[in-house]
Design a protein around this ligand. Structure first.
Ligand code: F6R
Length: 364
């Protein structure tokens, strides 16, 4: 049932404040200002490295997880496409925690990668939305997302819920490794607690984003830029746009643009810049100005402070609530999803069932 919404995708985008809150509730202990994981039979303090394996949107959750786990737990993290991992004879050293991320829990490549890790003696954890799925049954530690059934082929609410759980995992690893003091943990819990309200504030920009969609719908190519944990979000934005609007799109790490992709820029290529204010802001904005000098039509997604600092030469802006850079990828996912949605609607594509795609990819 789509409720009052025209598509499942839009309904699922709008469910995010509720389902992310629901997911966070099972990992946060707000009174103790702590993050907790489900009971487990192994000791996270023995983990020396982390390998995250997933596909598509879930893979980008892994890339963001790499930033968080390295930053807080100071553990080396590798992230791999499940389809590459399983055919590469990967080196799995002792004390590796293997993490799979999957909405369906049935993606063939991710399931095979999980089995490969288990057969190699690696302890595994899974961030999974379908509790009865094969992966949910086979992982050593199940970390469920509580996104509810996701019907739209383009993953939206599963993505933000997976990020919430990934943040909880990063904090737990950090504590287990003795690398997180209680004050820092308290701050992170506070920031995570603010996420549902911040998602609501982001949703309030829906009409504005819809108004921009017409122009972007006529583009042949669209580029997305982000830095740090917002780089995987740039990749996610491009994937979402491609899969439902059939417009060619690419995401780049902001600093990589001048190493090649900048040659693509002209006045016909919209450039979506994801740049929350924070330590990486100035660098990304200077990359944005380089692109503008070559005629790029920029949409800047930032907070009030960032938009003011960038000046008014961005063609269009989307103002996000001020959030800690740690949680920005969860909140900034919303405008990225809405933009893809409205562009697809403007193009008249089948948003919930885009051509050539299946909700769950159970063949290799
Ligand atoms: C994109 C999308 C896909 C899935 C990928 C993995 O919107 O939905 O890229 O993220 O097929 O699926 P799961 O998470 O079910 O393993």
């Amino acid at each position: 049932d789509k409720g009052n919404h025209r598509h499942f995708m839009l309904k699922e985008i709008y469910e995010q404040p509720v389902v992310v809150a629901q997911t966070l509730r099972s990992y946060l202990r707000p009174l103790e200002e702590k993050v907790a994981l489900p009971d487990m039979e192994f000791d996270l303090s023995s983990v020396e490295r982390v390998t995250i394996v997933a596909c598509g949107t879930a893979y980008y959750v892994g890339m963001i997880g790499k930033y968080w786990i390295e930053r807080f737990a100071r553990l080396p993290v590798e992230v791999d496409f499940a389809s590459e991992f399983r055919y590469r004879d990967p080196v799995l050293l002792a004390n590796t925690l293997g993490v799979v991320v999957s909405q369906s829990g049935e993606t063939a490549d991710t399931l095979a990668a999980l089995r490969h890790m288990k057969a190699s003696g690696v302890t595994t954890a899974g961030i999974i939305n379908v509790p009865t799925s094969s992966m949910a049954r086979e992982v050593d530690l199940l970390m469920p997302t509580h996104a509810g059934p996701e019907i739209g082929v383009a993953s939206t609410k599963a993505f933000t819920c997976q990020l919430a759980v990934m943040a909880a995992l990063a904090v737990n690893l950090a504590r287990a490794k003795g690398r997180l003091d209680p004050d820092e943990e308290r701050d992170i819990v506070r920031h995570l607690t603010e996420v549902p309200a911040a998602i609501n504030a982001a949703l309030a920009h829906d009409a504005e984003i819809e108004a921009m969609a017409g122009t972007i719908a006529s583009a042949r190519d669209v580029l997305y830029l982000g830095r740090g944990p917002d780089y995987p979000l740039a990749l996610e934005g491009a994937l979402k746009l491609k899969e439902i609007s059939y417009i060619h799109a690419e995401g780049y790490a902001s600093g990589e643009m001048k190493h090649g992709p900048i040659a693509l820029i002209d006045e016909h290529v919209p450039l979506i810049v994801i740049a929350p204010s924070g330590p990486l802001f100035d660098k990304t904005v200077s990359n944005m100005h380089e692109a503008q000098a070559r005629g790029a039509q920029v949409v800047l997604i930032s907070d009030a402070q960032g938009l003011a600092a960038a000046g008014d030469d961005a063609v269009a802006t989307i103002e996000m609530p001020a959030v800690h850079p740690l949680i920005a990828p969860i909140v900034y996912a919303v405008p990225v999803q809405l933009l893809a949605y409205h562009v697809a609607v403007a193009k008249g594509t089948d948003v919930d069932q885009p051509r050539n795609l299946a909700k769950s990819v159970t063949v290799e």
